[in-house]
Design a protein around this ligand. Structure first.
Ligand code: FCX
Length: 433
């Protein structure tokens, strides 16, 4: 049903795009400044991504729904709880909020497709346990690539008109299997390889929490919220853009997603969540207190900046106010753990850091992003192994980047190939040579 619904919507949008391009294909929508090509292409509109849109002030909207609205409107595992991430996947894919029944069907489909062959676990097991969890995770995804429907059908001579369908099949398989690979990485690295069997009656995120070894109902709720808020952040961020770019060469969804996750593993992107908690632990150790005062935090931030480092979890390339994903986690903290010292420290950092960054005069966004909060919530429930945090981000990000990839193939997006120039060429334009 979901597949047919997606195909019908893709055909409709495909026709509309054809018409738009026929009538307005030559319309100029902006100008490019020289500075932009040297400075990370900030603000340059260069991509189409149907699943979400980021506003500098309001934050992310998934198919026009804010994080707040998603928390109210998406079906939940339990009354008054957090939304089900597979419901967000459904929304991103077809633009409709599913009923609880539709989400339950999707959860059951994902359970059925979740088998990971033994050779994938053996491949990850061959790595030394000191390997970073993100490396283990991506190695697992790469090993699983042998299962790609797209790759097999392409090798057998698949027609262009079927690309979307093979991508759709790989997307569902991957989303179903990713939590198993991620849970294996955690259990192998931190729990002496004691693997936990899935619970076939649980939803996607609830089962992931269970396989990690956290059966507390509140932790399952945290996982549902976490998997929703990290899922997508429009198309230009490193993980989404990389997945899209690699997919544009018709690399299958396994290859494309793995490439994107290598980008997520960078400290200026998804790895910032581990950097935040590491930074806070170091601050606590150095100041010999679990709950540093605002004045102590201020001095520690100034020391961090003086050492030529960034304050992790603060700043953003697009956002210009507090990330609504930070606020959603703050609300979760206020509801479930208002007195937790580490969570309170995160809130005190939030009061202290923005004016300091503002005073530097160069930081465009002094406010916290999603990564500033997530670690403290995980530590509260005992998930203290912070090197693992980016893997959680990667599991969630699969929902956004893979639904986007389905759209790319359904809309027949071409290989991406922007033009680059040398500085010598720039100087020639400017008549400096
Ligand atoms: N602490 C210190 N300095 C900061 C800063 C921070 N948190 N954020 C930005 N700056 C500095 C930049 O390093 C740059 O300095 P420079 O001119 O000396 O090189 C200057 O301010 C201007 O940068 P700006 O335009 O504001 O930011 P960018 O768009 O270039 O970069 C990121 C955005 C997010 C990379 C940047 O703010 C940063 O490094 N933040 C800390 C890491 C982090 O939290 N990343 C997670 C981001 C996100 F949520 C995610 O993808 O997961």
């Amino acid at each position: 049903m979901l597949k047919q619904k997606f195909k019908a919507q893709a055909d409709k949008l495909g026709e509309e795009i054809k018409q738009i391009l026929k009538e307005h294909g030559d319309t100029v929508i902006g100008e490019i400044k020289l500075s932009q090509i040297y400075q990370g292409m900030r603000g340059m509109i260069a991509l189409i991504s149907e699943t979400s849109l980021l506003d500098a002030q309001d934050g992310i909207r998934f198919r026009r729904h804010t994080i707040d609205e998603l928390r109210q409107k998406l079906p939940k595992a339990k009354e008054g709880g957090e939304p089900l991430p597979e419901a967000l996947f459904y929304l991103m894919l077809v633009g409709e909020i599913p009923t609880k029944e539709e989400v339950d069907t999707l959860s059951a489909i994902l359970q059925r497709r979740s088998h990971v062959p033994m050779y994938v676990y053996e491949t990850m097991k061959a790595l030394p346990t000191e390997t970073h969890p993100m490396t283990m995770f991506v190695v697992g995804i790469m090993a699983l690539q042998a299962e790609s429907v797209f790759a097999k059908r392409y090798a057998a001579g698949m027609s262009k008109k079927d690309y979307w369908e093979a991508t759709f099949e790989d997307t569902l398989d991957l989303i179903a299997r990713i939590p198993h690979i991620a849970a294996y990485v955690y259990r192998r690295k931190y729990k002496e390889g004691k693997i936990l069997h899935p619970d076939g009656l649980l939803d996607w995120a609830g089962n992931f929490a269970h396989m990690l070894g956290y059966d507390d109902e509140e932790f399952k709720e945290l996982m549902r919220l976490y998997m929703v808020i990290h899922a997508d952040h429009e198309g230009g961020n490193v993980s989404a853009h990389t997945t899209h770019l690699v997919g544009s060469a018709l690399s299958d969804p396994y290859l494309s997603y793995a490439a994107g996750m290598n980008g997520l593993a960078g400290p200026l992107h998804g790895l910032a969540n581990q950097e935040v908690i590491k930074w806070i632990f170091e601050m606590q150790r150095e100041l010999k207190t679990e709950s540093p005062t605002s004045e102590q935090i201020k001095q520690y931030v100034e020391k961090t900046l003086a050492e030529g480092k960034v304050v992790p979890g603060y700043g953003h390339a697009v956002l210009r106010k507090t990330d609504p994903r930070f606020i959603a986690q703050m609300e979760f903290g206020k509801k479930h753990m208002p007195d937790d010292p580490l969570v309170n420290t995160v809130w005190r950092i939030y009061e202290t850091v923005p004016p300091i960054l503002q005073s530097l005069g160069k930081v465009k966004n002094p406010w916290p992003n999603v990564d500033a909060h997530s670690g403290a919530l995980l530590v509260h429930y005992g998930l203290v192994e912070y090197e693992y945090y980016t893997v959680l981000f990667a599991v969630s990000r699969a929902l956004g980047v893979l639904s986007s990839l389905c759209w790319d193939r359904a809309l027949g997006m071409p290989i991406e190939r922007p033009k680059s120039v040398t500085t010598a060429a720039v100087k020639r334009w400017l008549n400096k040579e």
